[in-house]
Design a protein around this ligand. Structure first.
Ligand code: ZN
Length: 494
């Protein structure tokens, strides 16, 4: 096994180097590169991605992984996990017929511009034949990749969040349907108007100044990361010492950039606090989409939308924007950032109504993949359920079934991870409160104690364990969605 191990470790260095190039070029394209330079750059990127593909499908790598997989009980724990994950990836890739895979990539490349046009012109029929083929492919995937224990829609769910399948999600969304839907209907029946002070123009330089201040309050060390601007905020990086985020400033919205910065710095804090010994492995970074999102939402919603947090920071906001916020109390501000209302678009939804948008998408995907729903009947199905959950009916498909790009990319099974993140955050919050009073810790003006707890119980593992294992280690329990609904109902009852 020693020969295979040496080859594997050398090969992994190369894989990491390509990952680094991918990170840097992606970052550059979204933050610095001029629009006109993208076309020229993409020719180099095609060559690089071809080289990377050859590296990751090298037959000798496969042989080594096979040998190491057979001997996995003799490997250290981290390497064993890494080899198990890679072994499954290689096996899965082989199960997909190559010509079907190529045809699917061509299909989604063609589907994307059609989707954009369909959304712009509110024309579902235009996109329908493409989506039918995409759903067909996803159904085929469940056949190719299915096993005795993971089959049907579970195959797709497991691709995005390992070990989270319909057994867990059905319980999760049943709890939401039964406990949250009636509460949301009641809470969103009378929404107070947006206060006049929030409808001013807010100088972007002052927003930048405040966002820098908030990064400090979250203890982010600028020696190991930068904050830039992009159309859509995101976090990116390589290892624990180069973690970058972006935000977007809107002159007519005081809080959008603030919550983007808190959210992305939450992702960044996760990456920063992974055990640095994992930097040279493929087990660095977050354990899954859902777990990553649990960290960003923990900071954005549980921390950033709490009264205690703003009791520590509102005076600074008032000072920077003086005299625009004179006369506004911290309670009024916190009420404003926690407004809940029924709305059509997922990405603009508030903390309370957001999970219902995801529940609807889960039901749609489950019905499509299970063969209980035809693509052509999708708009009617969507609008009927939407009305049931939110009490309002989308006036167009643009504001309804056509709003998200994910399906045009062929991504089915992805959406549930968004809601899972918030639910896991609440469960972690419950566990954290057993160790110390989380809200009281925020009055100090810093998230240091929270960072330390999450570092010790979640972040340090990187992706060297599966997300459900990490949750169990951190909370002593399996996933339980009731913590989430308890948290939401208690918060929005006040
Ligand atoms: Zn996020």
């Amino acid at each position: 096994m020693q020969k295979e191990l040496e080859f594997y470790l050398q090969h992994r260095k190369k894989l990491l180097a390509f990952r680094y190039i991918g990170f840097l070029t992606g970052w550059d394209a979204q933050t610095e590169a001029a629009a006109g330079s993208i076309a020229a750059d993409s020719a180099y990127l095609a060559t690089i991605s071809q080289m990377e593909y050859e590296l990751s499908t090298d037959p000798q790598l496969e042989q080594c992984v096979d040998v190491l997989y057979e001997q996995r009980n003799n490997l250290d724990e981290t390497l064993r996990h890494e080899i198990e994950v890679m072994h499954k990836e290689i096996a899965d890739t082989k199960k997909i017929p190559a010509e079907q895979y190529v045809a699917f990539n061509e299909l989604t490349a063609k589907a994307y511009p059609v989707y954009v046009q369909a959304k712009q012109t509110n024309d579902f029929a235009l996109f329908c034949p493409y989506l039918e083929k995409i759903v067909d492919y996803c159904r085929n995937l469940t056949v190719w990749l299915g096993t005795d224990t993971v089959k049907g829609y579970d195959v797709l769910l497991d691709m995005y969040e390992p070990h989270y399948t319909q057994v867990k999600y059905d319980v999760f969304f049943d709890v939401l349907r039964q406990r949250l839907v009636p509460f949301v209907r009641q809470k969103t029946a009378n929404v107070p108007p947006v206060p006049a002070w929030a409808q001013q123009r807010f100088d972007v330089d002052k927003q930048r100044q405040f966002c820098k201040y908030i990064r400090k309050a979250m203890c982010f060390d600028d020696n190991f990361g930068v904050m830039k601007e992009s159309e859509h905020p995101f976090t990116s990086g390589m290892g624990t010492d180069d973690v970058r985020i972006t935000t977007h400033y809107y002159e007519n919205d005081l809080v959008s950039s603030i919550f983007s910065v808190i959210h992305e710095t939450g992702h960044a804090t996760y990456e920063r606090q992974v055990d640095p010994r994992l930097n040279d492995t493929l087990c660095g970074g977050g354990a899954s989409l859902g777990l990553h999102e649990s960290q960003s939402r923990f900071y954005e919603n549980i921390v950033g939308r709490s009264l205690a947090f703003w009791q520590a920071h509102f005076a600074k906001l008032q000072q920077i924007f003086a005299p625009q916020l004179d006369g506004v109390t911290v309670q009024q501000f916190v009420a404003y950032i926690n407004r809940a209302q029924a709305s059509f678009v997922r990405t603009e939804a508030d903390e309370l109504t957001y999970p219902l948008h995801i529940m609807l998408r889960y039901e749609v995907e489950q019905a499509l993949i299970g063969g209980k729903l035809q693509v052509k009947d999708l708009p009617a199905y969507w609008n009927e359920r939407f009305t049931q959950y939110f009490g309002i009916t989308p006036p167009t498909d643009t504001l309804g079934v056509l709003q998200d790009v994910h399906w045009a990319y062929g991504e089915m099974g992805y959406f549930p991870t968004y809601a899972l993140g918030s639910a896991i955050a609440s469960q972690l919050y419950h566990a954290m409160n057993k160790d110390f009073d989380v809200e009281a810790s925020l009055l100090s003006g810093s998230t240091q104690q929270i960072n330390r707890w999450l570092g010790e119980h979640v972040h340090k593992y990187g992706s060297a364990k599966y997300p459900d294992e990490i949750l169990r280690l951190a909370t002593g329990e399996d996933f339980d969605p009731n913590y989430y609904v308890d948290y939401l109902i208690s918060k929005y009852s006040n």
